[in-house]
Design a binder for this molecule. Sequence first.
Ligand code: SF4
Ligand code: FES
Length: 270
Amino acid sequence: MNIQNVKCKIFRYDGRGRPRWETFEIPVARGMTVLDGLAHLKEHKDSTLAWRSSCRMGICGSCGMLINGRPKLACQTQILEIKAPLVLEPLPNFSVIRDLVPDLIEMFEKHRRVKPWIIRRDSYELEKPANEYLQSAEEMEKYFQFSYCIKCGLCMSACPTLATDARYLGPQPLAQAFRYIADSRDEGFAERSRPVLSEGGPWRCHFAGECSQVCPKHVDPALAVQLMKREILLRTFRLKKSQPGAPIAPKIIEARPRPDIPPAPERTVR
Ligand code: SF4
Ligand code: FES
């Protein structure tokens, strides 16, 4: 196997004192990710090295870091595709707990403020569901891409508005607010409007678009923020009536065999 030694400069901070930089060398084979490289360093060079990760496949959203100046997921970034030396820093726009571990709590609190769940007036149905809500494919398309968010925080770390204004909710919570506002099953616009229309709402966005550039799941938070502005204007000037949420699907009538479909063949294995 062809092994290449790659220089890696890592931001170190132990939660007290001053941060510092430390340089290591990683023996890299084709296919090794930044996360694999960090695991190698922890095992062979410095067991105190700290980062956050779990799934190793771009799903949990926990391994976000600044890789040569760009917010990326460590488990989705091949070391040999990055121009050496490899430079690793914690995500900007968050405080640092230790080394490459950002404190994401502020993002999660802002996310919670926009009530990221289906809000209905018929709350009885939410608690004791009788059946699913009816939704067409076209209605689902309005919010579907935004529901791919894995809460990694890369968009928040790339946002220049958030870098200068901590009051701004930021692309992740706003995209998720829009995800629910655009859902035909939801009736919670009024409940969500307090955080959404606050001074930290979408009007602070300067539309730099960096959030959508860095999103590893191809969510487009910049688009969600612009669509949210449109939605607020339409509702404020009463150009759009608020619709009742999607109805509950009727109970499925017992399936009857159709004479035009032949019956399934006999099972060969019992
Ligand atoms: S919108 Fe994209 S970049 Fe932002 S938190 Fe969600 S998955 Fe991560
Ligand atoms: S470890 Fe889960 S997204 Fe990278």
